[in-house]
Design a protein around this ligand. Structure first.
Ligand SMILES: Cc1cc2nc3c(=O)[nH]c(=O)nc-3n(C[C@H](O)[C@H](O)[C@H](O)COP(=O)(O)O)c2cc1C
Length: 721
């Protein structure tokens, strides 16, 4: 419930204040460049804390005897106002170390003036300032609710900063950017809000503590030379903001000195600071809010402010995308009323991807003229005609319910429903509590009277399509139906041939392809090619090497697709679908064993190429003849230092013919070490190879560890065909 409040308030606040937040971010980004530019100019001095005020004043007075005032701005630029020989007032920047003029003072750029007014008041004076102040308060609340949602998403504060697997989605970018910019954004919001509150409610003013008595008691009249005024010995140039020189050499005329946090009057007679205006706490807070909000005191902080403004724009856009995706995906177009449905599909999803699977499942039932109703798990209620409850749910946080399933377990306790059920968990083995919420749902359903399991509880790791299809096949069998699940709808991508190899002795060849979508691709993804000749889709496991797609194909004599591909020429293009295959990506495991036969080596060539050197990688590769290896040799050579061992098996040579599973049998220690160190074994190639290799691994585990392969199933990942 609390989570719902955070989520709704986060969204509502962002929608209400969105346009003003965007305006403030864009103008804020433009304004953040000013301190960076000003601090980098030759007029800006970075070591003013090393220069005594007295020395600087003497330098200035020597060069400009008629100096009237000296100013230091936030960019550490020192300017003076003086009277020239023609009795005209002049202002310019000087070098305080020499007193010499270095540049004229140019007017502030109109772009900055424009952005400042727009940022502060939207050109609406007080009304605009009020709106901007309110926007800053909204931003504070958005940051707080966002922080609460981050805690929920990751399960605990510590886990927020744990590495999240890149999945390129708006949700990924939104959470990544918000966790790293949470603090700067909070500072921007708080300081902006304080500046507005100060203007409208506090109006902090300096507190004058003029001491008349002390002033009037001055009996001496002799005027001191500048070098004899002790007060100036006590300050560095970095501490002052302004000094006004006395108009005349008279005891009644004082030096006015404005410091960062006080104002003084310095007597020409005693050399002492005899009057002081102190900074109140409200003024101090205002001063610091101003510095933190504008970044004027540091170019580094200005860069952080500029980046934060940019990130805020990104957060707004990605937030809207997440919201739209959630709405579009979860808007189930139910054709039959809730209480007439015999099949009810209940979905638990945080970012909407599980709804995609639910819709494809519902479509397969509708095709068989079944009455289906799709709803979120939180919408669980009594379904009058339901015979089957099919539950598809992801897991979030640290093994918790996704946002639209948070009330399901409570509702389940109170609702009595007679039906069969089946649960499919969606999750990722990168998280310690794999599919924990779906598992909990399954356990609770099992305990509930009136509900009976239809199939065994199953899981889908990282949206693995074949695990989903396997579960639907089980379901088909249990319901005695022929469910035909359509492939997910994807757009075609154009790929251009950059290189195509000749056929090797096994009729294998490699293709190097260029595509604009390369940034969305990872080694292990699939390329779905549908030749026009038969309209049937073929899947190829691909690698990403040098920002190009690499695939290896075996040309079959009667193979329509492989023949078509083998006849393509350099620079020709063709269209295909890129299918994400996150369950077959190289994870962050330290130990990895790649096992392949034939063209199955392709995805591993990319994984090895992109892997960091600290990974321990072993390759077991089955080929027909030593010449077969030539096709892939260069890819191994360039990564030689990264590979701990390369084990090759040749199945068609005169002597020592063997298959890749025989190599596995010869290296039991490598297998055991990898599995025991929480490593992973990846297999790609033929189904026959997968079967034989798994048999060998099972034998090794039974002999050496008295266990079997099922206990390590999550560490053995296959893409075999
Ligand atoms: C921050 C975060 C936390 C996650 N926590 C878990 C978890 O504890 N257990 C798990 O199996 N999967 C976890 N996952 C993986 C998701 O359940 C998985 O990506 C799922 O496919 C998302 O489906 P949805 O988009 O429909 O919510 C987590 C993902 C993220 C981004």
């Amino acid at each position: 419930m609390l989570q719902k409040v955070w989520r709704l308030s986060h969204l509502a606040l962002a929608l209400i204040a969105g346009i003003f937040i965007l305006l403030a971010s864009i103008t804020g980004l433009a304004l953040a460049t000013e301190p960076v530019i000003e601090h980098s100019k030759a007029t800006s001095f970075h070591h003013l804390d090393e220069l005594d005020l007295e020395t600087a004043l003497l330098n200035i007075k020597a060069e400009h005897p008629e100096v009237i005032s000296i100013h230091r701005n936030a960019y550490n630029q020192i300017s003076i106002e003086t009277i020239d020989e023609n009795f005209e007032s002049q202002s310019f920047y000087i070098n305080p170390f020499t007193g010499k003029k270095i540049a004229n003072i140019s007017e502030r750029s109109a772009i900055y003036e424009f952005n400042t007014v727009l940022h502060r008041s939207l050109f609406l004076k007080s009304t605009g300032r009020f709106i901007i102040g309110l926007t800053a308060i909204f931003l504070i609340l958005i940051v707080i609710s966002g922080f609460a949602l981050l805690l929920k998403r990751y399960g605990s504060f510590r886990k927020i900063f744990s590495k999240e697997k890149y999945d390129g989605t708006a949700a990924y970018w939104h959470s990544l950017a918000s966790k790293y910019f949470l603090i700067p954004l909070f500072i921007i919001a708080i300081s902006g809000a304080y500046l507005s509150v100060d203007r409208f409610l506090i109006e902090s003013q300096p507190q004058d503590i003029w001491d008349f008595e002390q002033n009037e008691n001055t009996a001496e009249t002799e005027i001191l030379e500048l070098e004899n005024i002790n007060t100036f010995d006590n300050f560095k140039v970095s501490e002052i903001l302004q000094i006004d020189f006395p108009f005349a050499a008279s005891p009644d005329e004082y030096f006015y000195v404005k410091l960062v946090n006080a104002e003084l009057l310095v007597s020409q007679v005693s050399g002492q600071a005899i009057n002081r205006v102190s900074e109140t706490p409200a003024l101090k807070t205002k001063r610091w809010s101003f510095h933190l909000h504008t970044g004027d005191f540091s170019w580094l902080w200005s860069i952080i402010l500029g980046l934060s403004s940019l990130v805020l724009v990104g957060l707004f856009i990605s937030g809207i995308l997440i919201w739209l995706k959630r709405i579009i995906k979860s808007k189930a177009k139910n054709k039959c009323p809730k209480d007439e449905a015999e099949i009810v599909i209940l979905v638990g999803s945080e970012t909407g991807s599980t709804f995609g699977y639910a819709s494809r499942l519902a479509e397969a039932f509708i095709k068989l003229k079944k009455k289906v109703y799709v709803a979120s798990l939180n919408q669980y209620s009594k379904f009058e005609s339901a015979q089957h409850l099919l539950i598809l749910s992801s897991t979030y946080g640290d093994g918790e319910a996704p946002y639209n399933a948070s009330q399901f377990l409570q509702k389940l306790k109170n609702i009595n429903q007679k039906a069969h059920y089946s649960v499919l968990g969606f999750g990722s083995t990168d998280y310690p509590k794999f599919c924990a919420f779906a598992e909990k749902v399954n356990q609770e359903l099992h305990k509930k009277e009136g509900l009976q399991a239809l199939t065994a509880y199953a899981t889908v790791n990282k949206n693995n399509e074949s695990e989903f299809i396997n579960w639907t096949s089980e379901l088909s069998r249990a319901l005695d139906l022929n469910l035909e699940i359509q492939p997910p709808k994807e757009a075609q991508t154009t790929l251009k041939i950059k290189e195509i190899s000749c056929l090797n002795c096994d009729q294998n060849f490699t293709l190097c392809l260029k595509t604009k979508k390369i940034n969305n691709i990872q080694s292990g993804d699939l390329l779905a090619i549908t030749p026009k000749a038969d309209g049937r889709e073929r899947l190829y496991s691909i690698a990403k090497v040098d920002n190009k797609v690499l695939l290896s194909v075996k040309k079959h004599d009667m193979g329509i697709c492989s023949t078509y591909l083998s006849q393509l020429e350099k620079n020709k293009t063709f269209k295909a679908k890129i299918r994400k295959h996150p369950s077959f990506h190289l994870g962050n495991k330290k130990n990895v064993i790649f096992i392949a036969n034939g063209t199955g080596i392709a995805p591993f060539l990319g994984m090895i190429d992109e892997a960091k050197t600290e990974k321990e990688m072993h390759v077991f590769f089955g080929l027909r003849k030593p010449e077969s290896f030539e096709l892939y040799k260069d890819y191994f050579n360039r990564n030689q230092s990264k590979i701990k061992s390369l084990n090759l098996a040749y199945s068609r040579q005169e002597q020592n013919s063997q298959y890749v599973q025989h190599l596995i049998a010869q290296h039991p220690e490598t297998i055991i070490k990898c599995l025991q160190n929480d490593g992973c074994i990846m297999l790609c190639g033929s189904l026959a190879m997968e079967k034989e290799v798994k048999k060998e691994i099972d034998k090794i585990l039974k002999a050496k560890l008295l266990t079997n392969i099922n206990n390590y199933s999550l560490q053995i990942i296959c893409d075999c065909y």
